[in-house]
Design a protein around this ligand. Structure first.
Ligand code: ZN
Length: 357
């Protein structure tokens, strides 16, 4: 009898221990993993639940342009973020290399990325987790957003941008400056190209193979740059893109296909009539898509759904990450708020790679 009771207590104790261990494992925040699969991780779900943004296309939209002047500076451009993100040494050993200020900034960034309250296009936003790949690229950080290395890169960028004193904290002031910098590098017009500047892309370049001729128009320079960019991505074996025998992106590959390119005012007006009151970005009165130089490119998830859960999937796909690191080489610049929207800027119109102070 006594040994039975002992046995029972042992079982109860074991069950309790296992439950506590399992709960703390599930409950612990783990790093946001951009590299692996494309289904939402627990962190993304948490983020989506936390976030108040992304329910409509109302504003901000494709059109949001911050009209600011950018002065060239002598500062070096941001370097590409490396894909290797992990320092294998124990955290304590690494942290000894950093100042208390840097460590505190890192710890604050680990919270701000989820919680920072800010505004864009008159809409309340929460956190900057969705923009970490672009931020890393811009500030030249290769490590995660909660690391002292990232905080130091933030501090360096704050210095470049004249945000003093430098703190290493990606706070609202810094984030607004980063967004302003991104927006300053975009197309700043919605001028129509003359008809001879447009070509009709083959259906094989489009996400929807049944897309009609009128909707497959692309500005010529943009199309050439797009093809070069896609060829380079297809060659990159880490992306595992399906290719034809001659090395072109395969017709049945969805990634990097064009979802939408040139849109005429008439077509845009027709879409607006079809969904009145939607205020969708793609249906804006003035759109960079009028130029034929803006491409919506398939980067995963639902092609152009702006809800946070969808963007969270998109920003972790290897294809999106590749574009963040490489698109600029081909003249394509992101609209940070829409992972699929990229604008081709002809060389003569490209802006400096450093922020204006
Ligand atoms: Zn677009």
């Amino acid at each position: 009898m006594k040994s039975q009771k002992k046995y029972f207590l042992l079982v109860v104790a074991t069950v309790c221990l296992v439950s506590v261990a399992a709960f703390s494992y599930v409950g612990l925040p783990r790093p946001f993993n951009y590299e692996q699969n494309t289904s939402p991780t627990p962190e993304i779900k948490t983020f989506a639940a936390l976030s108040t943004t992304g329910d409509s296309y109302q504003t901000p939209n494709d059109n949001m342009q911050t009209q600011i002047s950018v002065e060239p500076t002598l500062l070096p451009s941001a370097t590409a973020a490396s894909t290797s993100n992990r320092d294998e040494r124990p955290r304590r050993v690494r942290e000894a290399e950093f100042s208390p200020l840097t460590l505190r900034a890192a710890s604050e960034n680990s919270i701000l990325r989820y919680n920072l309250g800010w505004f864009f296009g008159g809409k309340s936003q929460r956190g900057w987790l969705l923009y970490v790949p672009l931020i890393q690229q811009t500030i030249g950080a290769s490590k995660d957003a909660d690391t002292p290395e990232f905080a130091n890169a933030v501090a360096d960028w704050q210095q470049q941008a004249g945000l003093l004193p430098t703190t290493g904290k990606l706070d609202d002031k810094t984030l607004y400056k980063v967004v302003e910098f991104w927006q300053s590098r975009r197309l700043n017009n919605s001028d129509y190209p003359s008809p001879d500047k447009l070509l009709v892309g083959p259906t094989s370049d489009f996400y929807d193979p049944g897309r009609e001729t009128e909707l497959r128009k692309v500005e010529r320079e943009t199309y050439a740059a797009y093809k070069q960019m896609v060829a380079a991505a297809t060659k990159d074996k880490t992306l595992n893109l399906r290719a034809t025998a001659s090395g072109e992106l395969a017709p049945d590959e969805k990634y990097l296909k064009i979802v939408s390119a040139f849109r005429s005012r008439e077509y845009q007006a027709k879409l607006r009539r079809e969904s009145p009151g939607s205020g969708r970005a793609g249906l804006a009165v003035n759109s960079p898509h009028f130029t034929g130089r803006a491409l919506d490119i398939y980067v995963g998830g639902e092609p152009t759904i702006i809800k946070d859960f969808n963007r969270a999937v998109q920003v972790q796909t290897p294809v999106y990450r590749w574009l963040v690191r490489n698109a600029e080489r081909f003249g394509f610049y992101p609209y940070y708020y829409e992972p699929w929207h990229w604008e081709y800027i002809p060389e003569r119109l490209r802006k400096p790679t450093s922020p204006a102070k």
